[in-house]
Design a protein around this ligand. Structure first.
Ligand SMILES: [Zn+2]
Length: 111
């Protein structure tokens, strides 16, 4: 059985009726670290491979609204990543945290 990467490289997935499934599998492999890096970028932390004179300077809450749009409307980021309303960190809600009284990471949950 070919790996996901081999299937993507072959290009056959474009005609495949399972295209949506492959896109979903590729999206779900986007790591917490990658989403954190994007979250930090939106708050002004430019990765070394980019040169940018005027990077974005959003608050954490505003930065996560962009991530939320990419999760819910465009479907390009996994929707399991949440922002803790207490400390502002991004966490994987499938592995930790609670959404009982607003989203909280394991360090901040109160249940
Ligand atoms: Zn927290």
């Amino acid at each position: 059985m070919p790996t996901i990467q081999e299937t993507i490289n072959s290009g056959c997935w474009e005609e495949c009726p399972r295209q949506e499934q492959f896109i979903r599998m590729a999206r779900d492999e986007i790591s917490l670290e990658t989403v954190e890096q994007f979250y930090n970028f939106l708050q002004g932390e430019v990765p070394p491979q980019l040169y940018m004179k005027r990077p974005p300077h959003l608050s954490g809450a505003m930065a996560f609204r962009i991530i939320y749009y990419l999760q819910e409307i465009m479907g390009v980021l996994p929707d399991k990543y949440e922002r803790c309303i207490t400390c502002g960190c991004i966490y994987d809600s499938e592995n930790e945290g609670s959404s009982a009284r607003g989203c909280h990471c394991d360090g901040c949950r109160k249940d």
